[in-house]
Design a protein. Structure first.
Length: 81
């Protein structure tokens, strides 16, 4: 029982690290000139996979180890300005 809270903290920390790295990779691709291609690829990938484009933010934050498509496209738009 005492390992459950520690395990949950490990999972949340892991999610935060992976999400940060994912945004860093997106920012790198934008800096080398592939921002438009990145956004188009993200949208096409989500359409082809028929995934939920707008999941509940709390559920996504707790369960998804990668940012949602909306978060990544919004971050890309902010970097491209």
């Amino acid at each position: 029982m005492m390992f459950k809270p520690v395990g949950w903290l490990f999972i949340v920390t892991n999610v935060l690290i992976v999400r940060g790295l994912e945004f860093s990779a997106d920012k790198f691709s934008i800096n080398v000139g592939y921002g438009t291609y990145l956004k188009n690829a993200l949208i096409q990938l989500h359409i082809k996979n028929k995934s939920n484009m707008v999941p509940d933010p709390l559920y996504a934050w707790l369960k998804f180890d990668h940012p949602t498509m909306i978060e990544r496209v919004d971050a890309a738009d902010k970097c491209m300005l």
